[in-house]
Structure formats: structure tokens, C-alpha cells
Design a protein around this ligand. Structure first.
Ligand SMILES: NC(=O)c1ccc[n+]([C@@H]2O[C@H](COP(=O)([O-])OP(=O)(O)OC[C@H]3O[C@@H](n4cnc5c(N)ncnc54)[C@H](O)[C@@H]3O)[C@@H](O)[C@H]2O)c1
Length: 415
């Protein structure tokens, strides 16, 4: 792997989340070399819009760029396997979007490429950013420290409305671009990852019910970006007239599950729930206490107890445990949200790179670089980012849910 004075990032895919990556990298102080989109013209347009110098014309050109140490793969799922594997083989660190490709076979291929790359000191992470909200960290710490007793139940929702009308359309609707699982793969993957991360328990058995609530949709003549509807029919964007097409991917999924430690759980996933914008809720029920967190009210954690008054813990560095305190940037009452959670995932990833010596002399994360001999004293967040191996295991969970929905019975994960 090339060593460079100032490791730079490059972005592939410049839609909704690609722009978020660029913003967060700027906030971290990591320079972004350039961008690759689906065509030369699209790359040039993206570079202009994002204020980047280089518009790559091909993956080869990007991978040959010696300035680039880290590739951020923000493309539709269809491209993750090819881009991530090639980037890792070329010696680039990779921070990829989720889910890891189209299915568990593709996720497995990427996980083995990451394992091989890790032997050369190359890091690979997946952007399951919900893990890194301060109060999610607080929940996790409380579970780990036994403060809620034995975990008995885990349940919640992840519901949205941006695909709830037949005029709403996006590449995710098409199995050829997003995979055969849509709502479940797209947002269900976030919830399932979060539930496993917070409880520290793997999901081992599942039963699923999937439904396509809108079996026909109007496909616009021109690509519509994620969340582009904004409450307006997606086909209001200019372009050729839309066509009616049949839809096979799931708008809705309900999942029952059991964990390795014997906890029971369930979740409802939907991208067709009017009024629900990004409604991710997680409730962890222990023998001594219950914890409830809502992504749309992320700065408060509800703590329920039988023999004491229930409490609402507001995000405040002075009130959180030290582990969660590492994920707070602002004083109490100053709200932190989605961007901040992803910032912390990126901080953990780039901080780990700096910790292991990448970018010596030029890294932009000076406060995180250890002095010689201090490596043993790494802060708790070093190395804490969602890995390709974890994302492969999650792909097996998703596939087991699919299998269960087809056969109408419980399925063991990975069996
Ligand atoms: N972690 C999160 O919270 C989160 C949120 C949204 C999306 N995502 C994930 O990010 C990925 C992208 O989703 P999005 O919502 O940004 O989609 P999007 O449609 O808004 O953007 C995708 C971009 O990729 C570009 N693209 C398409 N084909 C390409 C190719 N072959 N090479 C290079 N670029 C190409 C498109 O031009 C577009 O700009 C998906 O995997 C999705 O699941 C994750």
C-alpha cells in the first residue's frame, strides 16, 4: 500500500448519501480528491456541485490515483461488489454504503476481499451509522453493564413514507439494482444491525412476512434521486412520460426473531407508511428495566422501571456514561442528529487509520494520533466501525427472512 503524506478520499456515487459523505469528510478535515459517477458527464457535474477538483472518468482512473487512500462507495447496491472488491485489491481502504451488495453471495465475496486486505493493513467499513448516536451508545453501555438485567425482548419499527404512492419511484424498486429485498434490505438492514449492536446478541432464527403493497408503479422516464419526491409525486420531475411497471420488491416486512442468548424480538419495516419519514424506534426490554429510543427524537432515551419513576434521559455529556460521552460533540440541549452519528462512524474509521500509522505526518486528525508507545491506550472507539464480516452475517439474516417468507416457517440463520 502506498504511504502518503496526506491521505485523501474519493467518492463513487454522488446522490443523496454521496453528498453526505463529502460533508462529513470536510467536517473531519479529510481532503476529498474527486468523484466518480455513472458517466463522464455525471462525474463532471457531481464534481462541480460538490466543489471537488477531479471528475474521474472510470474506476481504473480513480484506483490509479496515488493521492487516494480511501474509497467511499456510495453507489446503488448493484455496484458495491465490483467497486469494493476492486478497490480493496488495489490497496485502497474502503468505507462502503450498506447493504453490502445485492445478496449474501456478493456480501461473502466482499467480506473475503476485506479479510485478505486486512492482512495488508487495509481497513473496510460499512456505513451502519445509527450505531453512533450518543444515546444509542448509552443504551449499549447500559445493556453491557447489566443495568437493565437480562435482555428478554427487542422490538421496534423502521417506517418511511417516501415510496408510499404509485407515482413514487427509485432504483431501489428494481431487484436488478437494489436486490430482491427492498424495504427489508434497504432500511430493515439498519434496524437489524442496530438491534444486534445494542444488545450484543446475534439473531439466530427468524420468521418473516413480506408484502408488495403497491404492485404497480409509474416509472419516470428519467432517474429520480432518493427522497427526491419531498411530498410531491416523483414523476413531477421533468422528462419523458412515465410507464406503469410491475413491482416485485417488498414495501413491507414483519419479522419475528430469536437471538443466540434466547431473547425474543420483532420489527415492522415499511416504506409505504404515510407520515412516517424516518421512524426508526428500538425498545430493549430487560428483566430490570426497559430502554426506548426513537431516531426522530434522538436526543432523549426513555428508561422504564417497575418500582421507580420512569425517566427521560436527555443527551448531556455530564449525564452520559464515559463510553457514550465519546460520541457527544455539543453541550446538553444542543441537539445532535444523523450527520453527527455518521461523523462518529467516520471518526472511528479514519481515527483507526491514523492510529495504525496511515498518513503519518499529514493526517488531519492530529488529536487522535498516538505518540510512540501509546498504542495500548487507544480510546474505546478505535476499531469500532461496522465491518464487512458483520455485514455478511447480516446478509445471511436477511436471506433467512426471505426464505421464511417464502416457506411460511421459521428459518435458522446460515443453515
Ligand atoms: N447509511 C445510510 O444511512 C444510507 C442512506 C441512504 C442511502 N444509503 C445507501 O447508499 C447507496 C446509494 O444510495 P443513495 O440513496 O445515495 O442513492 P442515489 O440514487 O441518491 O445516488 C446514487 C448515485 O450513484 C450514482 N451511480 C449510479 N450508478 C453508478 C455507477 N455505475 N458508478 C458510479 N456511480 C453510479 C448515481 O448517479 C447517483 O448519483 C445505497 O447502497 C443505499 O442503500 C445509505
Amino acid at each position: 500500500m502506498q504511504r502518503m503524506k496526506s491521505p485523501k478520499a474519493a467518492i463513487i456515487g454522488a446522490g443523496f448519501i454521496g453528498a453526505v459523505h463529502v460533508d462529513i469528510l470536510r467536517r473531519l478535515g479529510v481532503p476529498v480528491a474527486g468523484v466518480l459517477a455513472e458517466s463522464v458527464q455525471a462525474s463532471q457535474e457531481a464534481a462541480r456541485q460538490l466543489g471537488l477538483t477531479k471528475a474521474y472518468s472510470s474506476l481504473e482512473e480513480l484506483l490509479d490515483d496515488g493521492e487516494v487512500a480511501v474509497v467511499h462507495d456510495c453507489t446503488p447496491n448493484r455496484w458495491h461488489r465490483e467497486y469494493n472488491v476492486r478497490a480493496l485489491q488495489a490497496g485502497k481502504h474502503v468505507l462502503s454504503e450498506k447493504p453490502l451488495g445485492m445478496d449474501s453471495r456478493e456480501a461473502a465475496e466482499q467480506a473475503s476481499a476485506a479479510e485478505a486486505a486486512a492482512r495488508r493493513g487495509i481497513l473496510a467499513a460499512v456505513n451502519f451509522g445509527y450505531r453512533y448516536y450518543p444515546l444509542v451508545q448509552q443504551m449499549r453501555a447500559m445493556v453491557q453493564r447489566g443495568e437493565i438485567g437480562a435482555v428478554r425482548l427487542v422490538h421496534g419499527t423502521y417506517t418511511q413514507d417516501w415510496l408510499c404512492e404509485s407515482t413514487d419511484y427509485n432504483w431501489r424498486v428494481e431487484p436488478e439494482l437494489g436486490g430482491k429485498l427492498r424495504a427489508l434490505g434497504d432500511i430493515g438492514s439498519h434496524w437489524l444491525d442496530l438491534a444486534q449492536y445494542v444488545t450484543g446478541q446475534q439473531i439466530t432464527e427468524v420468521a418473516g412476512d413480506l408484502a408488495t403493497l403497491l404492485p404497480r408503479r409509474q416509472k419516470p422516464g428519467r432517474e429520480v434521486q432518493t427522497f427526491a419526491g419531498g411530498g410531491q409525486p416523483s414523476h413531477a420531475s421533468p422528462g419523458p412520460a412515465p410507464d406503469w411497471v410491475d413491482v416485485r420488491t417488498d414495501d413491507y416486512a414483519a419479522v419475528l426473531f430469536r437471538t443466540e442468548a434466547g431473547a425474543h424480538g420483532n420489527v415492522v419495516i415499511s416504506q409505504a407508511s404515510p407520515g412516517r419519514k424516518n421512524h426508526l424506534t428500538l425498545e430493549v426490554v430487560g428483566s430490570e428495566a426497559t430502554l426506548y429510543w426513537d431516531q426522530e427524537q434522538p436526543n432523549q432515551l426513555w428508561i422504564g422501571r417497575r418500582h421507580r419513576a420512569n425517566a427521560l434521559l436527555m443527551k448531556d455529556p455530564g449525564l452520559l456514561c464515559p463510553q457514550a460521552g465519546q460520541y457527544v460533540r455539543l453541550p446538553g440541549g444542543h441537539n445532535e442528529g444523523y450527520y453527527d452519528a455518521l461523523y462518529h462512524l467516520f471518526r472511528n474509521f479514519y481515527g483507526t487509520l491514523a492510529w495504525q500509522g496511515e498518513g503519518e505526518g499529514g493526517t488531519t486528525l492530529p488529536e487522535q494520533r498516538p505518540a510512540e508507545g501509546e498504542k495500548a491506550a487507544a480510546p474505546g472507539w478505535v476499531g469500532d466501525f461496522p465491518t464487512f464480516a458483520q455485514s455478511y452475517r447480516l446478509a445471511l439474516v436477511l436471506e433467512a427472512i426471505w426464505e421464511s417468507s417464502q416457506g411460511g416457517h421459521w428459518v435458522k440463520v446460515g443453515a
